[in-house]
Design a protein around this ligand. Structure first.
Ligand SMILES: NC(=O)c1ccc[n+]([C@@H]2O[C@H](COP(=O)([O-])OP(=O)(O)OC[C@H]3O[C@@H](n4cnc5c(N)ncnc54)[C@H](OP(=O)(O)O)[C@@H]3O)[C@@H](O)[C@H]2O)c1
Length: 277
């Protein structure tokens, strides 16, 4: 196989294909209706299931440097190019505000992603997807610091969250969505509210608790999962999903599987996509 290309393993027949454009061409949405929001997420994990490990420099966990790589990053950006709205966690946005994860917010400004900006322009989409922050508090400092991100900003909160700063937050241009009874945001209320606001393709780039919020209420439609072919171990880590046992468990059907033979230092990765059953 040409090393710059991927091998499609599923569905049959096997075929070589290009990395660039792989997820730009993937149908994202409900085949029979474009009126209903379609919710998808994306993770990279090691073979022992790590999505984040301790990062001594950042003083918190972050995606494992031993498995992150530009080829997976390209697909992460393609999925963001497809989105009307990104769901992010309050923890991620605090990192943005402190300048820790600034360059991680898609769509990136790297010239390598110029084609993705053009892709959105050609379809009349806003330059950047809206950003929806899931939080247990309304943080005015975050709203002020996010003003420079040049995208529509939403805070999603539960109805027990104090609204003392609501007017000041809205004065920054951010909007507030009440989406849950209690301190936490609930998946169904969140996606219904985003649907009413006109969003159709909703991409969660948050971590294990937000994924649980979406799965618990049965509102996730697709999981893009990069399985990097390395084992990491270590004592401090995050896995894909955190929260109470899902009952019933979430079942998925494989949609596509691609083999990327030489992703990083001779280690490879599978790009898998699963639809919820
Ligand atoms: N490898 C990968 O592909 C990948 C992908 C995503 C994330 N990660 C990593 O995973 C780690 C965790 O990421 P994360 O912090 O984004 O994950 P998370 O566990 O999904 O989110 C936790 C944060 O979101 C807020 N939150 C979550 N669910 C909420 C709900 N239902 N209602 C209200 N607020 C809610 C919490 O707010 P409060 O602070 O108010 O409690 C908290 O800040 C990080 O190290 C990240 O780098 C890796």
């Amino acid at each position: 196989m040409n090393q710059s290309r991927l091998l499609k393993l599923y569905p049959a027949p096997h075929a070589e294909c290009a990395l660039e454009g792989l997820y730009l061409d993937d149908p994202i949405g409900h085949p029979d209706s474009d009126e209903v929001p379609f919710v998808y997420t994306n993770f990279i994990c090691s073979l022992d299931g790590r999505i984040a490990v301790e990062n001594p420099r950042a003083g918190r966990r972050s995606a494992p440097p031993a498995i992150t790589n530009p080829r997976d990053w390209r697909l992460f950006q393609e999925l963001a190019a497809r989105a009307d709205a990104l769901i992010v966690s309050a923890a991620f946005v605090r990192g943005l505000a402190e300048g820790r994860s600034g360059e991680k917010l898609p769509l990136g400004q790297d010239p390598a992603f110029d084609d993705l900006h053009a892709w959105r322009r050609e379809r009349g989409m806003p330059p950047q997807p809206a950003m929806v922050i899931l939080s247990r508090s309304l943080d005015l400092r975050i709203a002020e610091r996010c003003k420079s991100l040049q995208r529509q900003l939403y805070f999603a909160i539960g109805n027990d969250v104090a609204l003392d700063d609501a007017a000041a937050v809205e004065a920054t241009g951010a909007r507030i969505l009440i989406a849950g009874s209690g301190q936490h945001v609930e998946g169904r209320a969140l996606i219904d509210a985003l649907g009413l606001a006109g969003f159709r393709r909703i991409y969660s780039i948050a971590g294990p608790r937000v994924l649980h919020t979406l799965l618990k209420d049965g509102v996730l439609h697709r999981l893009y999962l990069t399985h990097f072919h390395r084992l990491l171990a270590g004592q401090s880590f995050d896995t894909l999903l955190e929260g109470e046992t899902l009952d019933p468990p979430a079942s998925f059907v494989p949609r596509t599987l691609y083999y990327d033979q030489d992703a990083k230092d001779s280690a490879g990765q599978f790009f898998a996509a699963y639809d919820i059953r």
